[in-house]
Design a binder for this molecule. Structure first.
Ligand code: 4NP
Length: 161
């Protein structure tokens, strides 16, 4: 699915870059480090409402439960040059994906934009639900979905690198 030695820079993208995508980034860097894989990770938001903010305290708390500290991450907005800079840009939901594709000037760059849950055998084609208006159970569900998908992605990258 991912061509050999190409997808080593991975950008995780959601709307605010304070809930889902920093959780996905934290998981990816954690699992990559565990496997000794050199993957450049970053995350961004399609919206501008939370630029410069640390991840939502509920997202940080959920990650801490699983031994991962994402307090160092800061929200930024997705920019057009991200499509050139990264090998793989993973959308948390279909809205994010549509907004990302609006920035893609060519089919080649648009091809780098994929849905995060396409790596999840049980949830391919699905959305990571926005937990912003939810509670801790919603953040726990986001973690479960991301753990499976990011785990499968790391398995694939481990074979390719
Ligand atoms: P995220 O969650 O896209 O997973 O970071 C959201 C964060 C903030 C808002 C919406 C979703 N908001 O409307 O401010």
């Amino acid at each position: 699915m991912v061509s050999p030695s190409s997808h080593k820079k991975v950008l995780l993208v959601c709307l605010g870059n304070i809930c889902r995508s920093p959780m996905a980034e934290g998981l990816l860097r954690h699992l990559a480090a565990q496997r000794g894989l050199h993957i450049e990770t970053d995350s961004a938001g399609t919206g501008s409402g939370h630029i410069g903010e640390a991840p939502d305290p509920r997202a940080q708390a959920e990650m801490r439960k699983h031994g991962m500290d994402i307090s160092d991450l800061r929200a930024r907005r997705l920019v057009r040059t991200d499509l050139e800079r990264f090998d793989l840009l993973l959308a948390m939901d279909h809205h994010n994906m549509a907004d990302m594709l609006k920035l893609a000037p060519s089919p080649a760059l648009a091809g780098k934009v994929r849905l995060m849950l396409d790596w999840s055998p049980g949830h391919a084609g699905g959305d990571v639900p926005d937990p912003w208006y939810g509670g801790s159970a919603d953040f726990a569900e986001v973690f479960r979905l991301l753990e499976e998908a990011v785990g499968a992605l790391v398995d694939e990258l481990a074979h390719d690198i």
